[in-house]
Design a protein around this ligand. Sequence first.
Ligand code: C5P
Length: 247
Amino acid sequence: MSAQAAGGGGASEFSARQARSPLIVALDTDDPRRLADLAGAVGPHVGLLKVGLQAFTALGPAAVATARRHAPVFCDLKLHDIPNTVAGAAAAAARMGIAMLTVHASGGPAMIAAACKAAPDTTILAVTVLTSLDDADLAGVGQPPVAEQVVRLAGMAAEAGAGGIVCAPGDVAAVRGVVGNALAVVVPGIRPDRPDHPLRPGDDDQRRVADPRTALRAGASHLVVGRPVTQAADPAATAAALLAEIA
Ligand code: C5P
């Protein structure tokens, strides 16, 4: 299903928010209070809130329920297993009322298709090559260079029925060339390149990064921002400023 048609807080709510903000804030915490505070603070400025491995492993579906009170939820579980197991997990995730769910594209077309079939009202996003990995990392695990691998995985995932692709800012143009304009292209590795910002390019584990405007200009439909917002002294003001910067 397309990103535009995805549910979560209801399809029309999703579309309205998507029109208002391409921003997705990653609620990466295992503290339920902090998750609720962050969700409440940044909720008005985002299109979706992301519940990922840390929050979901620590808090389970309660993390999704909390986030859903403030915005549609992108559940970033990066599923990667045999098709039957991923189908079961995708169906269970969909029952939480999420809008988006990730699987690893490298799980292959049968696994991606199984997730899409099991969660037809959820946008299934296929993660290509993580933003923390570069050519040397891929060579270390016997894979081709990033540019080649991303395009291969994105094309395969689109063909298998994925509703969107997750890739680094520098991969967006090539991914759009392969999947066209109908699919969501969701882009983490966003680092506002401003001197007043708490996290700047090169400060952390992310390798393939760019500022928000560069990613949007390349064709991103959604920007995923975690620490630059959540570690800021005022997450709400930082999210609002980010949104103003790209509006
Ligand atoms: O804190 P930061 O802005 O680096 O957070 C990025 C978020 O996006 C994290 O929650 C991470 O798990 C997620 N992500 C990513 N790279 C991908 C897919 C997801 O960084 N390829």
